[in-house]
Design a protein around this ligand. Structure first.
Ligand code: KDO
Length: 338
């Protein structure tokens, strides 16, 4: 079994090589544009991808060549951070769940019902509380997190019709085979919801839903629509169990090749793309209930308080919570509206 510790030790050696010149990106000094390949597991029409292509790429075009690839065609979902660390990739749209595989304390940002909304995510990311988390990622993984992106409120999306299974509390999810992405932090969230989680890569979800290999999956409404999961499912339970985020990640070795002026341009471009993606994703979340109902889906609210209580209790009693730095959960809560 690969532990967090062995995973980090192997990468630390690879990172030292990358920082000492193992990185093969084009040098700025000889006038070539730096190649910035971004590997995403989302589609080209996902609002995060669209915002990056519309805003980020053009803003840095004078000195860097933004080359996105989608649907995990360049690197498999969950392997991108390691690829950046080894100098084989320059950028990704990563998650706290992926970072928690290296740095367990990142699981605090993966816990259900902690982030309250999109603005709360931004406040947490920009607060001094985030600095030690980020510095560790830079120092030990060679990855810089430029900006926080909003993926949306994750909802439970099932094949069963509401007549077959109405989900009001976590007890109703007992025995439901729920696809969750494949890391410990995701699997834990699935069990905390009361379901039986199954790990599966994002690009295999449609087929698994269609064949009945899984009963359901969880994702925000824009993802359900973007990947047409509504074609192969019948209901959405509005649990809003995770206000999900991603980070725009870039290789620290590449970042250090930029001049301070170029770094400022890259930073501003990432912030602007994240802001645009956030605005659009929020608007879509509002619009899409009507669209999904029009497609014949049952979309309804369960007893959200019952879900919140069960999920929060599961985390507080978990091994994850033992890795959370003292006082940080309170600091995060204090930054929220409620
Ligand atoms: C998913 O696999 O369900 C997930 O939503 C997890 C996120 O962290 C993110 O990686 C996302 O997939 C992909 O970007 C595809 O939208």
């Amino acid at each position: 079994m690969i532990t967090n510790l062995t995973r980090r030790a192997t990468l630390t050696a690879a990172l030292a090589a990358t920082l000492m010149g193992g990185f093969s990106g084009a040098a700025l000094a000889d006038g070539h544009a730096v190649q910035l390949r971004l590997s995403a597991s989302g589609s080209e029409t996902d609002q995060r991808s669209v915002a990056m292509a519309e805003v980020f790429g053009p803003a840095i075009a004078e000195f860097a060549d933004y080359q996105p690839s989608y649907n995990a065609t360049l690197f498999a979902q969950g392997t991108e951070l390691e690829a950046i660390s080894r100098g084989n990739l320059e950028m990704s749209i990563t998650s706290a769940q992926e970072l928690a595989q290296f740095f367990p304390e990142f699981s605090i940002f993966t816990a259900g019902y902690v982030h309250q909304d999109a603005a709360h995510q931004v406040a947490v990311f920009n607060d001094p509380l985030f600095e030690p988390f980020h510095q560790r990622v830079i120092d030990e993984l060679g990855v810089r997190l430029l900006s926080v992106m909003y993926l949306g409120r994750r909802q439970v999306n099932l094949r069963q019709t509401r007549d077959e299974l109405e989900v009001m509390t976590p007890a109703d999810l007992a025995g439901v085979n729920l696809r969750m992405p494949g890391t410990d932090a995701w699997q834990f969230l699935g069990s905390a919801l009361g379901a039986s989680p199954t790990p599966l890569a994002f690009n295999e979800v449609y087929t698994a839903l269609s064949s009945g290999a899984v009963d359901g999956q969880d994702n925000p409404l824009p993802t359900v629509v973007d990947r047409r999961f509504y074609e192969v499912t019948n209901q959405i339970v509005l649990t809003s169990h995770l206000v999900d985020l991603n980070y725009i990640a870039i290789s620290e070795a590449v970042w250090q090749e930029f001049t301070p002026e170029q770094q400022a341009i890259v930073q501003a471009a990432a912030d602007e793309a994240a802001e645009l993606g956030r605005t659009r994703q929020l608007a879509l979340e509002d619009e899409l209930v009507a669209f999904l109902e029009g497609e014949g889906m049952a979309v309804y609210e369960p007893d959200v308080a019952a879900f919140r209580e069960a999920v929060q209790a599961a985390y507080i009693d978990s091994e994850f919570a033992e890795t959370w730095p003292e006082g940080v959960l309170d600091q995060i809560n204090a930054l929220g509206a409620n």
